[in-house]
Ligand binder design. Sequence first.
Ligand SMILES: Nc1ncnc2c1ncn2[C@@H]1O[C@H](COP(=O)(O)OP(=O)(O)OP(=O)(O)O)[C@@H](O)[C@H]1O
Length: 250
Amino acid sequence: MYAICLEQVSLWRRTQEEFSYDLKKTILSFLEGKYRQPAKNLVLDRVDLFVEAGEKLGIIGGNGAGKSTLLKLVCGILQPTSGSVRIWGKIAPLIELEAGFDPEISVLDNIVFYGVMLGFSRREMRERVKPILEFAELEDYAYVPVKALSSGMVSRLGFAIATDVHPDILILDEVLAVGDQRFKNKCKQRLQKFWDANATVLLVSHELDLIEQTCDRVLWLDKGQVKCIGETKEVVGYYRDMVKHTSSFS
Ligand SMILES: Nc1ncnc2c1ncn2[C@@H]1O[C@H](COP(=O)(O)OP(=O)(O)OP(=O)(O)O)[C@@H](O)[C@H]1O
């Protein structure tokens, strides 16, 4: 039984340059005859991906390969330009941790809203507030607006919520790269629960050892395309060889 199916998924995105777009500049450049069509990048190129329920899939690849973008498509934050994305079950995305929070409202209200956004009821979430605050070690901050927390505290809050609510699919993007060492160890222990349970996990990481230790299968993305997908040791081995080979020429 599949939890995630991506078929022939492609995504074009405007380049960052286009974000400096303003109407006045556009009209001027049009009048001066210098107008050109907005530039776009093919960020994902005809990606096929089928993930079984309960599978732990690692996603690796160089900077800008499209790993985070792929996760955002799975979570529904982005829509593909073409192709289809189908998901079965409740998803808890742990990506861009601050993105899901409203900085103006309290930590407590954010916990409830975040959970509701993930598809849980308000009542369920109110019951989860205490253990979430405890895990994040933010009991004293329940009524403080999120904007008053440090970035490490916000990361702890995001991690505590996404891993408390028992999602069917957990999406992890370099989550263990944040926080201090003591909290990182605590997070690793908690993640173990998901590995033991039936949750489907997508894990993006540059830590190849972590991928090798924890994933059943690995997808290697290269410039938006599937370079290779298969058994963890094999794919990570190819990737390490490529890194060794290319760095010996630079
Ligand atoms: N908001 C955005 N608008 C337009 N293009 C973007 C945006 N975010 C990322 N991109 C582009 O999409 C491509 C893939 O980026 P993505 O963040 O998915 O890569 P990644 O594999 O996660 O990289 P990294 O390992 O550096 O985190 C890159 O070319 C990047 O410049």
